[in-house]
Design a protein around this ligand. Structure first.
Ligand SMILES: Cc1cc2nc3c(=O)[nH]c(=O)nc-3n(C[C@H](O)[C@H](O)[C@H](O)COP(=O)(O)O)c2cc1C
Length: 402
């Protein structure tokens, strides 16, 4: 990327109109994070509501709630929200309302972990049966696949009724729709496999059903991988084909990311260092392939990087996960004249998953307004995080295994 030339505050502060007519008030988005703050029965907690309120008060144009499930059988973690007809609608309404402070948008990311569903509380099922080291799952039947558009449509409508301003369909990071897109997971020989168009088919059906459920003027985003970063996986050229296909759909915002949580693979959230935005070159190619606004996630650490990415036409908006955990007021900070970049912690040889756990536990501290006392090391954070999930798994099974 070349050096940014115009004022970062005006580049980042410029509103962004989505095809459905909804306007994001600036270009800074809080990326989807599985915040691990559900109560273990799929309901929001006060700490979770407070967390999104803080991001809204801190100036973010949009916050995405990671991994909100429409089917309790395939969660990513037992701290996920579950939005079904018997959900606690009042708690969801409160989350939507407080997360929309100061004109912010708050959207649930509609998830389904598929083959990567959290084992103690699920029976993983992906596009195809797999039995590799660290990953065993059943393959979905055609009936299983045909259920999905209805599930996503119902969840999106419930989200809309609860007051959330839009939804994002999760098709990245190795979870269900990313599995459908990836030849590593999808070995199907029917209409839902084979060519990129075939592997995309279920996503097209889901987008259509969600659009029908929420109407024309409601934002629907999608998060896709630019690449799985795995040999034999989903490639950039295939991702570009997906962007071309998405251009023919009613999607309002395409979130470009990459990497997967496939056993042994590199996940963006667990990286200890960044040499700049990870997927910006692909985002530029994607922007040339579609008129739908593009947001880009991964590796942004400084205001200059964010403003330059937009100013040079690589992306329309910048989405930040870890930087927004380090400073929940980051949007306002970057939109102020003085600015100020977050200081990223340096971890010395953290355990696998330790960095993501550290950020997750810091999310809890933010939700409890006590981040000033937060001093965990990644290994300690991982231990507390895993113990909390084990306890929540018991609650989850009690609630949902009926
Ligand atoms: C604690 C944590 C949880 C995450 N959970 C999700 C998630 O539920 N859905 C998702 O799409 N990405 C998730 N991510 C990935 C981020 O959205 C983002 O793609 C990644 O962290 C790279 O962006 P960053 O460099 O700004 O952190 C998570 C990241 C972190 C740190």
């Amino acid at each position: 990327m070349t050096q940014q030339t115009v004022k970062p505050t005006s580049v980042l502060g410029h509103p962004l109109e989505l095809p459905c007519g909804v306007v994001l008030k600036n270009r800074l988005i809080k990326s989807a994070m599985s915040d691990s703050l559900g109560d273990g029965e799929g309901n929001p907690t006060e700490a979770q509501t407070r967390l999104y309120e803080r991001w809204a008060e801190g100036g973010a144009a949009l916050s995405l709630i990671g991994e909100v499930q429409g089917d309790s059988r395939f969660p990513e973690k037992p701290g996920n929200l579950v939005v079904t007809a018997d959900a606690n609608l009042q708690a969801l309404q409160t989350l939507a309302k407080r997360g929309s402070a100061k004109g912010a948008q708050i959207w649930p990311q509609l998830g389904h972990a598929g083959a990567l569903a959290h084992l103690p509380i699920s029976w993983p099922k992906g596009p195809s049966a797999l039995n590799v080291e660290g990953l065993q799952c059943e393959g979905m039947s055609l009936d299983d696949i045909h259920e999905l558009p209805g599930v996503y449509a119902r969840t999106a409508k419930l989200a809309k009724d609860a007051g959330f301003g839009g939804v994002q369909i999760h098709a990245g990071h190795g979870f269900l729709f990313s599995q459908f897109l990836s030849p590593l997971f999808n070995h199907r020989t029917d209409a839902y496999g084979g060519s990129v168009e075939g592997r995309f088919r279920i996503i097209r059906e889901v987008i259509g059903a969600v659009r029908q459920a929420v109407g024309e003027s409601y934002p629907i985003g999608i998060k896709i991988n630019s690449t799985d970063k795995l040999a034999g996986g989903f490639t950039e050229d295939e991702a570009l084909e997906v962007v071309h296909i998405l251009n023919q759909t009613s999607i309002d915002l395409i979130d470009i990311s990459g990497g997967t949580y496939f056993p042994g693979a590199a996940a963006s959230s667990d990286s200890t260092s960044s040499s700049g935005p990870y997927f910006i070159d692909f985002a530029k190619r994607a922007k040339e392939a579609t008129s739908i606004p593009i947001m880009t996630t991964g590796g942004f650490e400084t205001r200059d990087q964010a403003a330059t990415a937009i100013d040079t036409g690589c992306t329309d908006a910048v989405s930040l996960a870890r930087a927004m955990v380090l400073n929940p007021r980051l949007a306002d900070t970057w939109l102020s004249e003085s600015g100020g970049d977050p200081e990223f912690p340096k971890f010395d040889a953290p355990p696998r998953g330790g960095v993501t756990a550290w950020y997750s536990m810091r999310l809890t501290a933010l939700g409890e307004d006590n981040e000033n006392q937060f001093d965990l090391e990644p290994a300690e954070a991982l231990e507390i995080y895993d113990a909390r999930d084990a306890e929540r798994s018991i609650r989850w099974r009690k609630k949902f295994s009926k």
